[in-house]
Design a protein around this ligand. Structure first.
Ligand code: MTE
Length: 363
Protein backbone atom coordinates (compact mmCIF):
# COMPACT_ATOMS: atom_id res chain seq x y z
CA UNK A 1 0.00 0.00 0.00
CA UNK A 2 2.93 2.37 0.50
CA UNK A 3 2.42 5.60 -1.47
CA UNK A 4 -0.52 4.18 -3.38
CA UNK A 5 -3.38 6.67 -3.34
CA UNK A 6 -6.73 4.94 -3.16
CA UNK A 7 -9.64 7.28 -3.92
CA UNK A 8 -11.98 7.29 -0.93
CA UNK A 9 -15.37 5.70 -1.54
CA UNK A 10 -17.33 8.92 -1.17
CA UNK A 11 -15.61 10.74 -4.00
CA UNK A 12 -18.06 11.77 -6.68
CA UNK A 13 -17.14 11.01 -10.24
CA UNK A 14 -16.99 13.99 -12.61
CA UNK A 15 -20.27 13.05 -14.24
CA UNK A 16 -22.03 13.55 -10.90
CA UNK A 17 -20.75 17.09 -10.44
CA UNK A 18 -23.55 19.28 -9.15
CA UNK A 19 -25.80 20.85 -11.76
CA UNK A 20 -25.97 24.63 -11.23
CA UNK A 21 -29.54 24.84 -9.98
CA UNK A 22 -28.92 22.12 -7.42
CA UNK A 23 -25.66 23.65 -6.30
CA UNK A 24 -27.46 26.94 -5.66
CA UNK A 25 -29.46 25.14 -3.01
CA UNK A 26 -26.64 23.10 -1.52
CA UNK A 27 -28.41 21.63 1.48
CA UNK A 28 -31.22 20.39 -0.64
CA UNK A 29 -28.67 18.97 -3.06
CA UNK A 30 -26.83 17.20 -0.26
CA UNK A 31 -30.05 15.65 0.97
CA UNK A 32 -30.82 14.34 -2.50
CA UNK A 33 -27.33 12.93 -2.81
CA UNK A 34 -27.61 11.19 0.53
CA UNK A 35 -30.80 9.40 -0.49
CA UNK A 36 -28.54 7.31 -2.70
CA UNK A 37 -26.64 6.49 0.48
CA UNK A 38 -23.07 5.50 0.38
CA UNK A 39 -21.48 7.68 -2.25
CA UNK A 40 -21.21 10.76 -0.04
CA UNK A 41 -19.82 10.63 3.47
CA UNK A 42 -16.64 10.25 5.44
CA UNK A 43 -13.88 8.41 3.63
CA UNK A 44 -14.17 4.66 3.28
CA UNK A 45 -12.37 2.44 5.76
CA UNK A 46 -10.39 0.70 3.04
CA UNK A 47 -8.07 3.69 2.90
CA UNK A 48 -6.65 3.26 6.37
CA UNK A 49 -3.16 1.89 6.02
CA UNK A 50 -0.83 4.48 7.45
CA UNK A 51 1.93 5.69 5.16
CA UNK A 52 4.07 8.77 5.08
CA UNK A 53 4.42 10.25 1.64
CA UNK A 54 8.02 10.80 0.56
CA UNK A 55 9.72 14.01 1.55
CA UNK A 56 8.66 16.79 -0.78
CA UNK A 57 6.16 14.44 -2.34
CA UNK A 58 3.14 16.39 -1.19
CA UNK A 59 0.90 17.51 -3.99
CA UNK A 60 1.07 21.17 -2.96
CA UNK A 61 2.17 22.24 -6.43
CA UNK A 62 -1.43 21.76 -7.52
CA UNK A 63 -2.20 24.79 -5.40
CA UNK A 64 -0.67 27.19 -7.87
CA UNK A 65 3.06 26.65 -7.85
CA UNK A 66 5.76 26.60 -5.20
CA UNK A 67 5.93 29.45 -2.75
CA UNK A 68 6.40 30.45 0.87
CA UNK A 69 9.12 29.55 3.30
CA UNK A 70 9.28 27.70 6.59
CA UNK A 71 5.88 26.39 7.68
CA UNK A 72 4.27 28.09 4.67
CA UNK A 73 6.48 26.37 2.08
CA UNK A 74 4.39 25.08 -0.80
CA UNK A 75 4.62 22.16 -1.11
CA UNK A 76 5.70 21.40 2.48
CA UNK A 77 8.90 19.39 2.67
CA UNK A 78 7.66 17.02 5.36
CA UNK A 79 4.54 16.33 7.50
CA UNK A 80 6.23 18.01 10.48
CA UNK A 81 7.43 21.02 8.48
CA UNK A 82 3.86 22.41 8.56
CA UNK A 83 4.23 23.43 12.22
CA UNK A 84 4.42 27.24 12.49
CA UNK A 85 6.14 28.79 15.51
CA UNK A 86 3.45 29.60 18.10
CA UNK A 87 3.00 33.31 18.97
CA UNK A 88 3.55 32.47 22.66
CA UNK A 89 6.55 30.14 22.47
CA UNK A 90 7.24 30.46 26.19
CA UNK A 91 3.99 28.57 26.90
CA UNK A 92 5.35 25.41 25.22
CA UNK A 93 5.84 22.69 26.27
CA UNK A 94 2.97 22.88 28.76
CA UNK A 95 2.89 20.90 32.02
CA UNK A 96 0.91 17.65 31.93
CA UNK A 97 -2.40 17.69 33.77
CA UNK A 98 -1.91 14.75 36.22
CA UNK A 99 -5.56 13.67 35.74
CA UNK A 100 -5.02 13.02 32.04
CA UNK A 101 -1.63 11.40 31.75
CA UNK A 102 -2.92 7.98 30.62
CA UNK A 103 -6.15 7.42 28.73
CA UNK A 104 -8.90 5.66 30.74
CA UNK A 105 -10.76 2.53 29.70
CA UNK A 106 -9.66 -0.99 28.93
CA UNK A 107 -8.43 -0.60 25.35
CA UNK A 108 -4.81 -1.75 24.97
CA UNK A 109 -2.55 1.22 25.61
CA UNK A 110 0.86 0.91 24.07
CA UNK A 111 1.90 4.49 24.58
CA UNK A 112 1.40 7.54 22.44
CA UNK A 113 0.87 7.22 18.71
CA UNK A 114 4.01 8.11 16.80
CA UNK A 115 3.88 11.86 16.16
CA UNK A 116 4.74 11.51 12.47
CA UNK A 117 1.83 9.16 12.06
CA UNK A 118 -0.51 11.67 13.72
CA UNK A 119 0.82 14.33 11.33
CA UNK A 120 0.50 12.19 8.22
CA UNK A 121 -2.82 10.36 8.55
CA UNK A 122 -5.53 13.00 8.67
CA UNK A 123 -9.12 13.79 8.00
CA UNK A 124 -9.34 17.43 6.98
CA UNK A 125 -11.63 17.67 3.99
CA UNK A 126 -10.70 21.29 3.32
CA UNK A 127 -7.31 19.93 2.18
CA UNK A 128 -8.36 16.75 0.46
CA UNK A 129 -8.21 17.42 -3.25
CA UNK A 130 -9.24 15.23 -6.14
CA UNK A 131 -5.97 13.33 -6.22
CA UNK A 132 -5.30 12.83 -2.55
CA UNK A 133 -6.20 10.77 0.49
CA UNK A 134 -5.89 10.82 4.27
CA UNK A 135 -2.16 10.18 3.79
CA UNK A 136 -1.44 13.32 1.83
CA UNK A 137 -3.54 16.01 3.54
CA UNK A 138 -0.37 17.59 4.93
CA UNK A 139 0.98 18.07 1.43
CA UNK A 140 -1.90 20.40 0.53
CA UNK A 141 -1.61 22.72 3.54
CA UNK A 142 1.25 24.91 2.22
CA UNK A 143 -0.92 27.90 1.20
CA UNK A 144 -2.89 27.91 4.49
CA UNK A 145 -1.93 30.98 6.56
CA UNK A 146 -2.68 30.62 10.25
CA UNK A 147 -1.27 33.73 11.99
CA UNK A 148 -2.69 36.14 12.98
CA UNK A 149 -5.93 34.32 13.80
CA UNK A 150 -9.05 35.80 15.37
CA UNK A 151 -12.23 34.12 16.49
CA UNK A 152 -15.62 35.77 16.29
CA UNK A 153 -17.88 35.20 19.30
CA UNK A 154 -21.57 35.71 18.58
CA UNK A 155 -25.10 34.96 19.72
CA UNK A 156 -26.63 34.54 23.16
CA UNK A 157 -23.79 35.75 25.40
CA UNK A 158 -22.99 38.88 27.41
CA UNK A 159 -19.61 39.23 25.73
CA UNK A 160 -19.34 39.02 21.95
CA UNK A 161 -16.87 40.32 19.37
CA UNK A 162 -13.51 39.38 17.87
CA UNK A 163 -10.71 37.94 19.94
CA UNK A 164 -7.06 37.17 19.22
CA UNK A 165 -6.14 33.57 19.72
CA UNK A 166 -2.74 34.37 21.13
CA UNK A 167 -4.26 36.60 23.81
CA UNK A 168 -6.78 33.94 24.82
CA UNK A 169 -3.97 31.41 25.08
CA UNK A 170 -2.02 33.69 27.37
CA UNK A 171 -5.06 34.49 29.48
CA UNK A 172 -6.01 30.85 30.09
CA UNK A 173 -2.55 29.26 30.19
CA UNK A 174 -1.82 25.88 28.66
CA UNK A 175 -1.74 22.29 29.94
CA UNK A 176 -1.13 18.91 28.34
CA UNK A 177 -3.67 16.07 28.25
CA UNK A 178 -3.31 12.64 26.70
CA UNK A 179 -6.57 11.68 24.98
CA UNK A 180 -7.69 8.95 22.66
CA UNK A 181 -9.25 10.05 19.38
CA UNK A 182 -11.60 7.51 17.76
CA UNK A 183 -12.50 8.33 14.16
CA UNK A 184 -15.91 7.20 12.90
CA UNK A 185 -13.94 5.36 10.18
CA UNK A 186 -12.80 2.85 12.84
CA UNK A 187 -9.22 3.99 13.39
CA UNK A 188 -7.85 5.60 16.52
CA UNK A 189 -4.82 7.44 17.86
CA UNK A 190 -3.55 8.43 21.33
CA UNK A 191 -2.34 12.03 21.38
CA UNK A 192 -0.82 14.44 23.93
CA UNK A 193 -2.76 17.64 23.22
CA UNK A 194 -1.67 21.03 24.49
CA UNK A 195 -4.43 23.55 25.18
CA UNK A 196 -7.03 24.59 27.75
CA UNK A 197 -10.47 23.42 28.86
CA UNK A 198 -13.26 24.59 26.55
CA UNK A 199 -15.13 25.54 29.72
CA UNK A 200 -12.64 28.39 30.41
CA UNK A 201 -13.33 29.82 26.97
CA UNK A 202 -17.11 29.44 27.27
CA UNK A 203 -17.22 31.10 30.69
CA UNK A 204 -15.22 34.12 29.52
CA UNK A 205 -18.08 35.11 27.21
CA UNK A 206 -20.78 34.60 29.87
CA UNK A 207 -23.40 32.75 27.82
CA UNK A 208 -27.01 33.69 28.65
CA UNK A 209 -29.33 31.08 30.15
CA UNK A 210 -31.10 31.04 26.77
CA UNK A 211 -27.95 29.59 25.16
CA UNK A 212 -28.59 25.84 25.02
CA UNK A 213 -26.15 24.94 22.24
CA UNK A 214 -22.88 26.22 20.89
CA UNK A 215 -21.95 26.16 17.21
CA UNK A 216 -18.38 26.04 15.87
CA UNK A 217 -17.51 27.11 12.33
CA UNK A 218 -14.19 26.55 10.60
CA UNK A 219 -12.61 28.87 8.02
CA UNK A 220 -13.76 29.51 4.46
CA UNK A 221 -10.78 30.20 2.19
CA UNK A 222 -11.12 28.43 -1.15
CA UNK A 223 -7.96 30.19 -2.34
CA UNK A 224 -5.96 28.41 0.38
CA UNK A 225 -7.85 25.12 0.71
CA UNK A 226 -8.03 22.87 -2.33
CA UNK A 227 -10.94 20.83 -0.96
CA UNK A 228 -13.14 23.92 -0.75
CA UNK A 229 -12.47 24.57 -4.44
CA UNK A 230 -12.72 21.08 -5.83
CA UNK A 231 -15.49 19.64 -3.62
CA UNK A 232 -18.26 22.24 -3.85
CA UNK A 233 -20.90 19.69 -2.87
CA UNK A 234 -19.84 20.00 0.78
CA UNK A 235 -21.61 22.88 2.54
CA UNK A 236 -18.46 24.79 3.47
CA UNK A 237 -17.32 26.10 5.86
CA UNK A 238 -17.21 23.01 8.14
CA UNK A 239 -19.63 23.41 11.04
CA UNK A 240 -20.19 21.43 14.22
CA UNK A 241 -22.08 21.94 17.47
CA UNK A 242 -22.42 20.79 21.08
CA UNK A 243 -25.08 21.02 23.73
CA UNK A 244 -23.97 23.57 26.37
CA UNK A 245 -23.51 20.95 29.08
CA UNK A 246 -21.27 18.96 26.73
CA UNK A 247 -19.19 22.05 26.00
CA UNK A 248 -18.84 22.71 29.73
CA UNK A 249 -17.85 19.12 30.54
CA UNK A 250 -14.43 18.68 32.10
CA UNK A 251 -13.20 16.64 29.11
CA UNK A 252 -14.02 19.15 26.36
CA UNK A 253 -10.70 20.67 25.36
CA UNK A 254 -9.40 23.36 23.02
CA UNK A 255 -6.15 22.12 21.47
CA UNK A 256 -3.49 24.56 20.33
CA UNK A 257 -0.70 22.02 20.14
CA UNK A 258 0.47 18.40 20.16
CA UNK A 259 3.60 16.61 21.43
CA UNK A 260 4.75 19.70 23.33
CA UNK A 261 4.72 22.07 20.34
CA UNK A 262 2.17 23.89 18.18
CA UNK A 263 -0.29 21.98 15.98
CA UNK A 264 0.73 20.94 12.49
CA UNK A 265 -1.63 22.64 10.02
CA UNK A 266 -3.15 19.29 9.02
CA UNK A 267 -4.14 18.61 12.64
CA UNK A 268 -6.22 21.78 12.80
CA UNK A 269 -3.83 24.67 13.46
CA UNK A 270 -4.02 27.14 14.99
CA UNK A 271 -6.71 25.60 17.24
CA UNK A 272 -9.30 22.87 17.23
CA UNK A 273 -11.52 20.91 19.57
CA UNK A 274 -10.56 17.62 21.24
CA UNK A 275 -13.69 15.75 22.44
CA UNK A 276 -12.45 12.25 23.22
CA UNK A 277 -15.84 10.63 23.93
CA UNK A 278 -17.23 11.54 20.53
CA UNK A 279 -16.30 10.42 17.04
CA UNK A 280 -13.46 12.54 15.69
CA UNK A 281 -15.59 14.53 13.25
CA UNK A 282 -17.22 16.40 16.17
CA UNK A 283 -13.79 17.94 16.94
CA UNK A 284 -13.85 20.80 14.43
CA UNK A 285 -10.48 22.09 13.28
CA UNK A 286 -9.23 25.63 12.58
CA UNK A 287 -12.27 27.33 14.14
CA UNK A 288 -13.09 30.95 13.22
CA UNK A 289 -16.52 31.47 14.72
CA UNK A 290 -18.31 30.39 17.90
CA UNK A 291 -21.99 31.15 18.33
CA UNK A 292 -24.23 30.56 21.33
CA UNK A 293 -27.71 29.58 20.17
CA UNK A 294 -31.14 28.63 21.53
CA UNK A 295 -32.12 25.89 19.09
CA UNK A 296 -30.15 22.79 18.21
CA UNK A 297 -28.07 23.70 15.15
CA UNK A 298 -27.44 21.35 12.27
CA UNK A 299 -23.96 19.93 11.72
CA UNK A 300 -22.17 19.38 8.43
CA UNK A 301 -22.04 15.59 8.44
CA UNK A 302 -25.61 15.27 9.70
CA UNK A 303 -26.70 17.46 6.78
CA UNK A 304 -24.69 15.34 4.35
CA UNK A 305 -25.85 11.94 5.58
CA UNK A 306 -28.19 12.08 8.60
CA UNK A 307 -28.57 8.31 8.96
CA UNK A 308 -24.83 7.90 9.45
CA UNK A 309 -23.75 10.99 11.38
CA UNK A 310 -26.08 12.09 14.16
CA UNK A 311 -25.87 15.21 16.27
CA UNK A 312 -24.44 13.53 19.37
CA UNK A 313 -22.22 10.93 17.69
CA UNK A 314 -20.82 9.56 20.92
CA UNK A 315 -18.46 6.63 20.33
CA UNK A 316 -20.72 3.59 20.51
CA UNK A 317 -19.73 0.05 19.50
CA UNK A 318 -23.38 -1.08 19.46
CA UNK A 319 -24.53 1.29 16.75
CA UNK A 320 -22.98 0.39 13.39
CA UNK A 321 -22.32 2.89 10.66
CA UNK A 322 -24.59 2.04 7.70
CA UNK A 323 -21.52 0.69 5.89
CA UNK A 324 -19.35 -0.83 8.62
CA UNK A 325 -19.36 -2.08 12.19
CA UNK A 326 -18.16 0.15 15.03
CA UNK A 327 -17.31 -2.80 17.30
CA UNK A 328 -13.60 -2.73 16.58
CA UNK A 329 -10.98 -0.20 15.69
CA UNK A 330 -7.47 -0.14 14.34
CA UNK A 331 -5.17 1.63 16.78
CA UNK A 332 -2.80 3.28 14.31
CA UNK A 333 0.70 1.98 14.91
CA UNK A 334 -0.75 -0.55 17.40
CA UNK A 335 -3.25 -3.41 17.44
CA UNK A 336 -5.11 -3.68 14.11
CA UNK A 337 -8.27 -4.92 15.83
CA UNK A 338 -9.05 -3.58 19.30
CA UNK A 339 -12.52 -3.61 20.83
CA UNK A 340 -14.14 -0.17 20.77
CA UNK A 341 -15.55 1.04 24.08
CA UNK A 342 -18.71 3.01 24.77
CA UNK A 343 -17.80 6.70 24.99
CA UNK A 344 -14.32 5.66 23.88
CA UNK A 345 -13.65 4.60 27.50
CA UNK A 346 -14.59 8.03 28.95
CA UNK A 347 -17.98 6.99 30.40
CA UNK A 348 -17.07 8.02 33.96
CA UNK A 349 -16.88 11.65 32.78
CA UNK A 350 -19.82 11.84 30.42
CA UNK A 351 -22.31 8.97 30.77
CA UNK A 352 -24.62 11.00 33.00
CA UNK A 353 -25.03 13.66 30.30
CA UNK A 354 -27.12 11.31 28.18
CA UNK A 355 -30.44 9.58 28.29
CA UNK A 356 -29.60 5.84 27.94
CA UNK A 357 -32.11 5.69 25.08
CA UNK A 358 -29.84 7.90 23.03
CA UNK A 359 -27.28 5.11 23.00
CA UNK A 360 -29.38 2.68 21.02
CA UNK A 361 -29.43 4.51 17.71
CA UNK A 362 -27.18 6.76 15.64
CA UNK A 363 -28.21 9.96 17.40
N1 MTE B 1 -12.50 19.70 11.05
C1 MTE B 1 -12.59 20.30 9.84
N2 MTE B 1 -12.66 21.64 9.79
N3 MTE B 1 -12.61 19.59 8.68
C2 MTE B 1 -12.56 18.22 8.68
O1 MTE B 1 -12.59 17.61 7.61
N4 MTE B 1 -12.43 16.18 10.03
C3 MTE B 1 -12.85 15.59 11.31
C4 MTE B 1 -12.20 16.31 12.49
N5 MTE B 1 -12.27 17.75 12.33
C5 MTE B 1 -12.48 17.56 9.93
C6 MTE B 1 -12.42 18.34 11.11
C7 MTE B 1 -12.57 14.15 11.38
S1 MTE B 1 -13.56 13.15 10.42
C8 MTE B 1 -11.64 13.62 12.22
S2 MTE B 1 -11.50 11.94 12.45
C9 MTE B 1 -10.68 14.48 12.92
O2 MTE B 1 -10.84 15.87 12.61
C10 MTE B 1 -9.27 14.05 12.54
O3 MTE B 1 -8.29 14.77 13.22
P1 MTE B 1 -6.75 14.48 12.88
O4 MTE B 1 -6.56 14.57 11.41
O5 MTE B 1 -6.00 15.52 13.64
O6 MTE B 1 -6.48 13.08 13.39
Amino acid sequence: MAHVIVPPGWRLPERMAAPKELYLNRRDFLRRMSIGGASLGLAACSDRVATIAPSGGGPGHEMGGPGGTGCDANPPSDPLATICAPPNPDLYPASPNPNFVDPPGTLPYEGLTDRRLVASHNNFYEFIGNASSVHSVWGFTGPFRIWPWTVEIAGEAEVTGRFDLEELEREFGLEERVYRLRCVEAWSIVVPWTGYPLRKLMEKFRPLSSARYVRFTSFLRPDQAVGQRTQPWYPWPYYEALRMDEALNELAFVATGVYGGALPKQNGAPWRLALPWKYGFKSAKSIQRIEFVRERPSTLWADVWPEAYGFYSNVNPWVPHPEWSQEFEEVLGGPPRARTELFNGYGEYVADLYDPELLTYAS
